[in-house]
Write a protein that binds this ligand. Sequence first.
Ligand SMILES: CC#CCNS(=O)(=O)c1cc(S(N)(=O)=O)ccc1C(=O)O
Ligand SMILES: [Zn+2]
Length: 244
Amino acid sequence: MGATVSQDDNDSDCHTHQSPINIWTKMALYDPFLKPLKIQYDPTTSRKIVNLGHCFNVEFDDTSDMSVLSDGPLNSRYRLRQFHFHWGSSDKDGSEHVIDGNVYPAELHIVYWNSQKYESFEEAAKHPDGLAVIGVLKLTNRITLNLVSLLIQGKEHSFTKYNLARLLPNDLDYWTYHGSLTTEPYFECVTWIVLQRAIPISSAQLTRFRGLLCTSEYEKPVPIMENHRPVQLLHDRVVRSSRL
Ligand SMILES: CC#CCNS(=O)(=O)c1cc(S(N)(=O)=O)ccc1C(=O)O
Ligand SMILES: [Zn+2]
């Protein structure tokens, strides 16, 4: 199944590092100097799950380097901020990154910011090396996120001691390229790290995602049926692979 490339207004000359992209695996360059990802995670840093209206975020305490990402393609230590998901109106689409023209039913993004170089997340987001996002294309069907308490926009619920490892495959081989946020303000501040392995998501979990509402309790209920951005032009970028 092909993926159309968006020609949206972010495709002007100064926006040539936009995300997501279609990763053509045969065109990816194996880089033997890429290190294995080093993910240090402390479950006590998970704080709450919030319905933002266009998606939901699981947010972490990022006031110190307790849950961090380092090595891999990175030259600094990056602090865990939040994770969220993208999904589609049917199981046939939903991921943001596309692999060899194949779209997956959902995508997890784990967002980190460069706390070694910048004072705050907001400051880091203004710089090309400010953020690092791990993308997991097919999600584990071990996700049992209880979203009932999140039904309407603006709702939040405490979410503590979450075991992030449940969302990650054992094999952490990855593709990496420089790109952008896939939502407003589309800043080109992200080192994308898209994992090459994972376990497909359950259809029941996708249905629960689509049951979330982007409306408040006083409005006519409107579900968040999909929240994935079309793929963008690669331009002069090269995608590197951690695996031959
Ligand atoms: C300034 C700024 C900013 C973006 N914030 S985020 O990196 O947490 C983020 C990142 C992404 S994504 N899809 O680019 O990783 C999506 C949504 C969000 C969000 O605000 O909730
Ligand atoms: Zn995202």
